[in-house]
Ligand binder design. Structure first.
Ligand code: XUL
Ligand code: CO
Length: 437
């Protein structure tokens, strides 16, 4: 079998002292942390679009990466070689999952039926590769944003014909995700938003999006696809404003359109910061409302205002993400998908390995630190102390709905001025720093 990454052997855990850049220093898949192995905690996934279809191109210049698997003028041959390279990569890296868009894996044909036939051919190959390697599909999705027809959105397009095309595409993408045993299916509203309100009927567009997602739920039931549906919040880019702007907006949308039982969120780090939130905030909001499903792991650049999708290396971010996950019981259907790409100058195939190894090690360190925080109640004891008034007396009565405004006024008149307490922010930040090692 032809190898596409001949310089790289299986990546092994060699411990923190290892000087081998192609080894894990912290991610040890079989090591147990709080009762589960690291592999079970993370359910790491590699994304197809950035890792195998990324070219290094940016707005100012064309491709910089030269890949062996791209070396053919026949798009289907490229698709087949790329798929083989991808499964070689997953196996050598030792991840259990992969994620894809329909158009990442197979090229579009002249019309939809040709496109679907291309997809079927590649999906049959992928099924076999999954069986041979044991690598599974975390989620599939449809690319409803690259083709010219989607310039004004897909489900929120002013044209019902485009809405129909998008439905046909999602129908097929769901079918192939089911065929691959996908644990989930993602809806990222790539262009579901607007460039200017001056030409936009916002209410109608939102209603159409709600209707589209209901049709997807109906079809899911019809074909017996058991994967979890996710919405992936992102506030802008490519459009000026996207309707799924953050976890809060998604939750309100799902509730309004009666979709909350059928969807969870796929929270992405760089999308959180674009929305003016921390990754921690978006995860905590989603988890607290019971809709945290999966994670797209990456990182932005504080000095740049766009979605740079860099590999995660920040230990505060990975620690706090794992701290949320641990406290809310971890992934069920979801996993940690690296929706991240190497920089334009990182042109060697080995750079793809360095990037993923770094991300996996950063999360492994984050997990261990978060487990120590949980075990020692290092942060939660401050939170518990801060809210202890709600466990007895007045607080307990309020939470049990035994009080109303009149009774609260009576209490206040009888008890005078409330005591105030320190929030201890600096102390708690110091405690967190003691754990980050
Ligand atoms: C875009 C993005 C997507 C989704 C899948 O910013 O994150 O790649 O994850 O469509
Ligand atoms: Co993403």
């Amino acid at each position: 079998m032809r190898e596409f990454f001949p310089k790289v052997k299986k990546i092994l855990y060699k411990g923190p002292k290892s000087k081998d850049p192609l080894s894990f220093k912290h991610y040890n898949p079989d090591e147990k942390v709080l009762g589960k192995t690291m592999a079970e905690h993370f359910r790491f996934s590699v994304c197809y679009w950035h890792t195998f279809k990324g070219t290094g191109a940016d707005t100012f210049g064309g491709p910089t990466f030269i890949r062996e698997y791209n070396n053919s003028s026949d798009p289907m041959q490229v698709a087949e070689m790329t798929l083989r390279a991808a499964f070689e990569f997953y196996t050598k890296l030792g991840v259990g999952f992969w994620c894809f868009h329909d158009r990442d894996v197979a090229p579009e044909g002249r019309h939809l039926s040709q496109t679907n036939a291309n997809l079927d051919k590649i999906v049959a190959m992928a099924r076999k590769l999954q069986r041979d390697t044991g690598v599974r599909c975390l989620w599939g999705t449809a690319n409803l944003f690259s083709n010219r027809r989607y310039l004004a959105g897909a489900a929120t397009n002013p044209s019902p014909h485009v809405f129909a095309y998008a439905a046909a595409q999602v129908k097929k993408a769901m079918e192939v995700t089911k065929e691959l045993g996908g644990a989930g299916y993602v809806f990222w509203g790539g262009r579901e938003g607007y460039e200017t309100l001056l030409n936009t009927d916002m209410k109608r567009e939102l209603d159409h999006l709600g209707q589209f997602l209901h049709m997807a739920v109906d079809y899911k039931k019809k074909i017996g696809f058991r994967g979890q549906f996710y919405i992936e919040p992102k506030p802008k880019e490519p459009t000026k404003h996207q309707y799924d702007s953050d976890a809060g907006a998604c939750y309100a949308f799902l509730q309004k359109y009666d979709l909350v039982d059928d969807f969870k969120l796929n929270v992405e780090a760089n999308h959180a910061t674009l929305a003016g939130h921390t990754f921690h905030h978006e995860l905590e909001f989603a988890a607290a409302n019971g809709i945290l499903g999966s994670i797209d792991a990456n990182r932005g650049d504080l000095l740049l205002g766009w979605d740079t999708d860099q590999f995660p290396t920040d230990l505060y971010d990975t620690t706090l993400a794992m701290y949320v996950l641990l406290r809310y019981g971890g992934f069920k259907t979801g996993g940690l998908n690296f929706d991240a790409h190497v920089r334009r100058q990182s042109i060697d195939p080995e750079d793809l390995f360095h990037a993923h190894i770094g991300g996996m090690d950063a999360f492994a360190r984050g997990l261990k630190i978060a487990a120590n925080l949980v075990r020692d109640k290092a942060l939660s004891k401050f939170v518990a102390a801060r809210y202890k008034g709600w466990n007895t007396g007045l607080g307990r009565k309020i939470e049990k709905w035994q009080m109303d405004f009149k009774k609260l006024e009576k209490y206040t008149l009888a008890n005078g001025e409330p005591e105030v307490q320190s929030g201890r922010q600096e102390l708690i930040e110091n405690v967190l720093n003691e754990y980050i090692k």
